[in-house]
Design a protein around this ligand. Structure first.
Ligand SMILES: CC(C)(COP(=O)(O)OP(=O)(O)OC[C@H]1O[C@@H](n2cnc3c(N)ncnc32)[C@H](O)[C@@H]1OP(=O)(O)O)[C@@H](O)C(=O)NCCC(=O)NCCS
Length: 148
């Protein structure tokens, strides 16, 4: 497995199969805009055949970071790729001297909740009826502590 910054060629590789192979909540137009956004950083994980098996994105605002997306290819889930993606986003945030990282996750997304809690994210709030006007978003945070 290798981690790389997402390129426009990477997006070309996955854009027609986003819904079937990954998930349907982000389309290629949004991903393309994220690639062009100077405050955003997108990464991919590739397998030994150079195929993209996961991607994730984060936005930086001053000394804070907000994870916008993290998705593992359906056929490659539960093999540690989500954890690799999340750890890399934390590394990048540390390099940018961010003080904290936030994200939102559907209260019913138990696997994502597990992933985030495993890595040290804690719940700091909720947004009721955030998804489809029905489901609650859990807002999570991880503070970045430097060991000087
Ligand atoms: C959430 C998601 C990114 C996790 O990716 P992944 O590559 O499967 O994650 P990992 O393999 O690193 O597993 C992370 C944790 O979840 C657990 N897990 C993963 N799949 C699981 C499953 N099907 N059932 C139970 N636990 C599962 C793993 O065991 C691991 O916990 P552990 O270390 O305590 O064992 C992936 O499920 C996904 O793409 N979901 C759809 C998109 C999404 O919901 N993204 C989050 C938006 S907030």
């Amino acid at each position: 497995m290798k981690i790389e910054k997402m390129s426009i060629m990477d997006l070309e590789q996955i854009k027609d199969n986003l819904q079937s192979d990954f998930d349907d909540f982000w389309n290629s137009n949004i991903l393309e805009k994220e690639l062009q956004n100077d405050n955003s950083y997108m990464i991919v994980v590739k397998d030994e055949n150079n195929e993209i098996v996961g991607f994730a994105g984060i936005q930086f605002i001053l000394d804070e970071a907000d994870i916008t997306n993290i998705v593992t290819k359906k056929s490659a889930r539960n093999r540690g790729i989500g954890t690799i993606l999340l750890k890399e986003l934390i590394n990048v945030s540390e390099q940018k001297d961010c003080k904290r990282i936030t994200l939102e996750v559907n209260e019913n997304n138990s696997i994502a909740l597990k992933l985030y809690k495993n890595i040290g994210f804690v719940e700091i709030g909720q947004r009721k009826k955030y998804y489809n006007g029905k489901e609650t978003a859990i807002i999570m945070e991880k503070k970045i502590e430097k060991c000087f």
